[in-house]
Write a protein that binds this ligand. Sequence first.
Ligand code: ACM
Length: 262
Amino acid sequence: MRLAFYQFAPELGAVEKNRERLAAALQGLDVDLIVLPELATTGYLFTSREELLPQAEPIPGPTTDLLQKCAAASGAHIVLGIAERVGDRCYNSAVLIGPQGVIGIYRKMHLFHKEKQLFDPGDLGFPIFDAKGVKVGLLVCFDHFFPEAARTLALLGAQVICHPSNLILPGLGQLTTRVRALENRVFWVLANRTGTETRGPQSLIFTGCSQIVAPDGTLLVQATPEEERVGLIEIDPLRACEKRVTPLNDLFADRRPAWYRL
Ligand code: ACM
């Protein structure tokens, strides 16, 4: 499987422009599964729900329709981070799109900081989807801090975890996602954004350094903090089905759930 991320700086509030930029970046790519950043059509630093809602879209909607056309043209599956509008609710969602259309939606469970004032918390659990015969789980940004989220996906059989992000705490997500990949023996695609957003006194610098990690924690590809780029690597997804770490240790069979307090 040819696995990829696209790292760039979405422009705050410029949905049509960001959408066209995504389509242009996807054109001509020879990939099987590509992950785009969190809130890739809207940008991040909204100051109120009233400001965010008109920018949010239903799924399916104009952006997923456009990306479906990209998927149909290239054969790629695409994971997009998007503000999802459902009536007057709004979720920070990740959506998996294939050549036939929307395959599945994940709604961010662990909202970060002032996202709690903007978005509704996720209510779809941690579903697993199929992308070209490979089991895929979706998480969004701050979810990386909660090992239960990745563990749940891995126990459900995820081979690749796709992780659209807008990380702002330098180095943290890049570190935890290597550990999550290692402790669950899964591939991990962290698609982070770059750039800075400023609203009045508040400024956020997004940390880039998108990466693809192997099930042994090895960094396979990593972007720099600021570049716009596609990162791409060919992987064997079956590697994520092997949970043995020594001849006598299987990471899943050795668990002691009766003793855990979760
Ligand atoms: C984040 O969850 N966007 C930091």
